[in-house]
Write a protein that binds this ligand. Structure first.
Ligand code: SF4
Length: 323
């Protein structure tokens, strides 16, 4: 059984049209996304800024309420749960945020930040057990337990991200949504954090949804990768297959921009024209058609449905068979 199943998830967010107008429009941030994650698996999610990746992650952990669709954790539908039952299941889904500076409460000590989840659920039965557990968590993420009375501003960016990971681990989750966890860090620190996430996965059997805009980083850590464009998943495949045989024109353009040291692996750069269209008024038909270098007449009117198996190679493009 999959650990997480997401079925036709939609997140449409209200926005006011104009400063003084009362008229409301809807940003289709996530528009019919389906996928599964197996226990212990890392599924990568890539796409340009504003494509809906972060909104999708936040909807899964219910920081944003989905508009439609289902989220199932080991077969139990989270979208129907309320109150204590929802809180207890939400413990199993945690999030590590992109901004290691803004995501930690500056008024709390390390002990307060990491211990918050232990108190909320509650997972420690005495002050000494709580202190011991916090010390174990700090060691697990490579921080000295002696730092437990320090404040976030006393740490570097990489150390703060380690704190964010310790906070997520405190409640013993099964799945962590890693939302661009290394993009605000120096390259050398990025590698350390990715190695830490991989070590923790091995030791604890964690599953990750790893969100990033950097395909090279996602390929390194993920078994399968999904590509998102304007609120929809356009291609899903094994990481190596996606990098070597991308079939969706948008994925092909993304991959052509990844720098390659090996001259045999270098691709002709595909430059996309125009900007990502507004998710308030997405184009009719294939949402990628205004920028697609191979679009045909059908693409302007018909939405391409995903073809193929998501566990193998799935592509949402009318011309996928040709690529
Ligand atoms: Fe391009 Fe058409 Fe495929 Fe969309 S469906 S990616 S517009 S070829």
């Amino acid at each position: 059984m999959p650990l997480l199943e997401v079925e036709n998830l939609k997140v449409h967010l209200p926005v006011r049209r104009g400063l003084w107008s009362g008229a409301q429009e809807w940003v289709k941030a996530v528009d019919g996304v389906s996928f599964q994650i197996a226990p212990g698996e890392t599924l990568g999610l890539v796409g340009e800024s504003g494509c809906g990746k972060t909104t999708l992650g936040r909807a899964i952990v219910r920081l944003i309420e989905p508009t439609a669709g289902r989220i199932l954790l080991e077969g139990e539908e989270l979208t129907r749960l309320r109150g204590a039952k929802l809180r207890s299941q939400r413990r199993r889904l945690q999030m590590v945020f992109q901004d290691p500076y803004g995501s930690l409460n500056p008024r709390l000590t390390v002990e307060g930040i990491v211990g918050e989840g232990l108190d909320l659920h509650p997972l420690s039965d005495s002050p000494s057990a709580r202190r011991k557990r916090i010390a174990e968590l700090l060691s697990a993420v490579g921080l000295d337990p002696a730092y437990s009375q320090r404040y976030p501003h006393e740490f570097s960016g990489g150390q703060r991200q380690r704190l964010g990971i310790a906070r997520a681990l405190a409640v013993e989750p099964d799945l962590i949504i890693c939302d661009e966890p290394v993009s605000a860090l120096d390259v050398s620190v990025q590698a350390q954090i990715i190695n830490l996430l991989q070590d923790l996965q091995q030791a604890r059997g964690l599953a990750y949804l790893f969100i990033a805009h950097d395909l090279a980083v996602v390929e390194h850590i993920s078994r399968r990768v999904m590509v998102m464009y304007l609120g929809r998943i356009v291609e899903t495949a094994e990481a190596r297959t996606l990098l070597s045989q991308p079939r969706h024109p948008y994925t092909q353009a993304l991959i052509s921009a990844v720098p390659q040291v090996d001259p045999d692996m270098r691709r002709r750069r595909i430059l996309l024209s125009g900007d990502v269209p507004s998710p308030i008024h997405p184009p009719a038909g294939c949402p990628f058609h205004p920028r697609c270098p191979v679009a045909e007449v059908q693409c302007q009117s018909d939405i391409p449905l995903p073809q193929g198996s998501p566990s193998d190679h799935q592509v949402a493009c009318h011309l996928a068979a040709r690529f």
